[in-house]
Design a protein around this ligand. Sequence first.
Ligand code: PAF
Length: 268
Amino acid sequence: MTLNLKHPLALVPTMGALHAGHSSLINIAAQRCTEVVVSIFVNPLQFENPDDLAKYPRQIEKDIELAKQAGATNVWIPSLEEIYPNEPEIISAGKIGNTFEGVHRFGHFDGVLTVVNRLFNLVKPEVAIFGEKDFQQLFLIKKLVKDSNLPIEIIAAPTIRETDGLAMSSRNIRLTEAERIAAGIISKALTSAAKESSLELQRDVLLSLLASEKQFALDYAEIIDEKSYEIADSSSVNTRAIVAGWINGVRLLDNMVMRTQVHKMGAR
Ligand code: PAF
């Protein structure tokens, strides 16, 4: 990257097809830093399915406009050669990279960490912003930064939702109106589960509501411990429900903080 960039600098890595969720990441970056670089790069390494890569929405002109309006000082659209001039050394996302999303998208998180690390090396930001919507990705990027001692602050930005609760995603534009309505079951199930006071009830509510929408093909729905990204148990303090599945070939992900469990001694 040959641009003369000012510091402090925030990086907002994206794959384009920007929407209001990205605008909120860029807004947060602009509040924190003088320079805000928004990168747009559809990273082939994180697509295990060539069809998904081919169908990934691309709308560069609109993206540049939206990024600038949200506060980007630079929109960087690197070429494949710029990101991977040589055969890239793949960064392993380790054990957690092969759970949940990693079971269904083998090698996905290795690809994400490899490109994010490369973007960090090229842009050298002090701050980088990632959405909570991709919670396993966020967890693994924070771990990469910690394990590699990178001098970068990772900021987690809350998920932005449509009025009916559907988490905003670049893939949503591939849904028909009827499919979009059906997709609303994901946030409904999460919101209802979050109101329950025990892990068992949270799981039951989540699974039964998700099963009630026939168009939604569930891959996984679980409550995880935010500290370890493993299945939550009675010792877990901060828990989050994570859901992923498909509607007519469109992958949908979401997650939500769950209410802390009420233990025998006291009600909340
Ligand atoms: O979340 C995304 O859009 C991508 O996984 C990221 C972080 C830009 C890496 O390609």
